[in-house]
Design a binder for this molecule. Structure first.
Ligand code: M6R
Length: 610
């Protein structure tokens, strides 16, 4: 999730590009850069750090040129560094490219281009695009870009500029958004609306497979076959703030809605559907012996990431039959944990900067224990200091309440558990292939849940006047109940408690009174009847019970006040689905109560103090 801005017209491009980059800062950044074209010469300035660092780098220099492209990077391939910042050039600076997305076959392309004499200066996947365009340029930039993208696999939104073709920018998209802003004697290209809204509200939204040549006075769009097509102009009516949120009122709901796509990104390149295999060879470097030797796994994290770890415990214990201890990082670091050499520590952190998680990682490291990190942020401290890293690729998460990061942490844990189980010979024939099919089906099933939120909104309205709520479940459902309860607390300020369903009668049942909301997650077949018994105990005290179970479990409707039916899936994968309505309940309750949804009081997105 990076930001792209391009300009071509009669005004100086630098201030327009810089303003556009600042408008896209909410997408996350770790480095930024721009390229300006003036009198047939391209000037390239880029570096690690925020947009303001780029501005400092330019300093008092007068940058001229009425054509330019700019980029704010959120690292995927290659750590944040000056060299890895965009724009990327070929061997010379005559061709420059900015790119969002991932080129999956970049390694083979890079090797081939190197053999052909191209010199690479970054670790990124993007750089191959610049070299490919350079290679294919034969007097027509559009054709060169066309040929280049025919060779790449993956996802991209790109803008290409060349010193040899100063009258136009060439852009293309596949699976990553790209918008063209139509001006008067000038045009713009951007990954997101906020970058162009102060200049124009007339836009073309490029579709997958489309390319465009953007000139100062003219824009031509082409389909995948290279034929010129007529595009409909979309007149943007959103204000600038709504545009940042893709038209949603809050980042939290935007990020909830992005979860299907986020899961696809986490899975991308890590499953071989044809062979029915999880492939983590590009991410992890464990030897077969190491994988076989581990006797214990520790999962250490904070908050929502800790809750993902609790799901991970069930996954590993069930599939790998290896004991897993899940610890809060703030406890782990101060209790002299008994770490043996044959233990593996998995730390989970969206930001990769949480102080307690980082301290726990460092503590385990001093004891010579191997650390595997699951994190969302390339270049974060956790990513840099861990021995092995599995990135979640959820894209920047802006809302304080974690949603898409959690769900992708779960997916990473499923992949890991399957990978470990397979390496240790724990899976039966066809089992891995079956898991892969299920993982691939999850985004669509989440889309089904997200398609209509009316009933969830009604529940949120009902519970919004309460100051207390309960969440219950057994096994995997208990782990999800804990996450549901944290979400409700932090977004709506309702005091919420989560309980293992069987544990309520050992004390907390005393708190169940008429009408109090109780969310019951009941997806686990083996303990379904037990959970229903617990629900009956609660209903007998007149609570308002909202249950979450699979389609086909219609009998539950008689026991509770409201049931949400989840699309059917093996109950081993239920957490990925059941958490979604809980996130939605929290969101709509917080909205109903007028809370500061994206920035709840007293909280910060990244807790870098202990
Ligand atoms: O960045 P991290 O995943 O390490 O953050 C851990 C917690 O601070 C975080 O999950 C927090 O609990 C969220 N606000 C939950 O929504």
């Amino acid at each position: 999730m990076c930001g792209i801005v391009g300009y071509i017209g009669t005004r100086e491009a630098y201030p327009i590009l810089l303003e556009g980059l600042y408008k896209l800062e909410y997408r996350g950044y770790d480095s930024a850069g721009l390229a300006l074209l003036d009198s047939g010469v391209i000037q390239l300035i880029k570096g690690v750090g925020e947009i303001s660092k780029l501005e400092e780098k330019v300093g008092g220099r007068k940058l001229t040129g009425c054509v330019g492209i700019a980029h704010s990077r959120w690292a995927t391939h290659g750590r944040p560094s000056d060299g890895n910042a965009h724009p990327h050039s070929g061997c010379s600076e005559n061709f420059v490219v900015v790119h969002n997305g991932i080129i999956e076959n970049y390694q083979s392309l890079r090797s081939r281009l190197k053999e052909q004499g191209h010199r690479f200066s970054s670790e990124t996947d993007t750089e191959v695009l610049a070299h490919l365009v350079e290679q294919y340029y034969d007097g027509d930039l559009l054709e060169a870009v066309q040929r280049a993208i025919e060779e790449v696999r993956g996802s991209y939104a790109i803008v290409v500029m060349s010193a040899y073709d100063p009258e136009r920018l060439i852009c293309a998209r596949k699976h990553n958004p790209l918008i063209i802003g139509l001006g008067d004697g000038e045009n713009m290209v951007a990954s997101d609306l906020p970058a162009i809204l102060s200049h124009t509200r007339r836009t073309y939204f490029l579709e997958d497979g489309e390319m465009a040549e953007v000139k100062a006075n003219e824009v031509n769009v082409f389909n995948q076959q290279g034929e010129r097509i007529e595009k409909e102009i979309f007149e943007v009516t959103w204000d600038a703030v709504a545009a940042e949120k893709g038209g949603y009122p809050h980042f939290m709901i935007k990020e909830i809605m992005e979860q299907p796509q986020a899961i696809r990104e986490t899975l991308r390149g890590r499953i071989d559907a044809e062979r029915g295999k999880v492939c983590l060879a590009d991410d992890l470097h464990f030897s077969c012996q190491e994988l076989k030797n581990y006797r214990k796994i520790w999962i250490v994290a904070c908050g929502t990431a800790y809750h993902a770890g609790l799901v991970g415990k069930y996954l590993f214990e069930k599939l790998v039959r290896i004991p897993v201890e899940v610890d809060l990082a703030s406890e782990f670091r101060y209790r002299d944990p008994m770490l043996d050499k044959d233990s593996l520590v998995i730390v989970i952190s969206q930001s990769g900067e949480t102080a307690d998680t980082l301290a726990a990682l460092r503590l385990a490291k001093t004891k010579g224990i191997k650390i595997l990190a699951i994190t969302n942020v390339v270049g974060s401290s956790v990513a840099r200091e861990a021995d092995e890293v599995l990135f979640t690729w959820a894209g920047p998460e802006i809302a304080v309440a974690s949603t898409k990061a959690y769900i992708t942490q779960l997916i990473a844990l499923y992949l890991l558990a399957i990978y470990f189980a397979e390496s240790r010979g724990m899976l039966e024939a066809g089992e891995e292939a079956n898991y892969i099919k299920i993982l691939q089906s999850l985004p669509e099933k989440i889309n089904e849940i997200l398609a209509d939120t009316t009933a969830i909104e009604e529940v949120a309205a009902k519970i919004s006047s309460w100051e207390n709520a309960f969440f219950i479940g057994r096994n995997l459902d208990y782990a999800v109940a804990m996450e549901g309860s944290l979400k409700l607390k932090e977004t709506s300020y309702i005091h919420a408690e989560s309980y293992a369903a069987g544990e309520l009668k050992h004390g907390a049942l005393a708190l169940i009174t008429k009408g109090i909301p109780v969310f019951a997650v009941a997806t686990q077949e083996e303990v379904f009847e037990k959970t229903v018994s617990n629900i009956k105990e609660i209903k007998a005290r007149d609570a308002f019970v909202i249950a979450f179970t699979f389609q086909g479990k219609e009998e539950l409707a008689e026991e509770v006040d409201q049931v949400f039916y989840l699309p059917c899936v093996s109950d081993f994968f239920a957490p990925v689905l059941s958490v979604v309505p809980l996130q939605l309940v929290s969101y709509y309750t917080a909205v109903k109560r007028g809370c500061s949804v994206d920035k709840p009081r007293n909280l910060a997105k990244s807790v870098t103090v202990e």
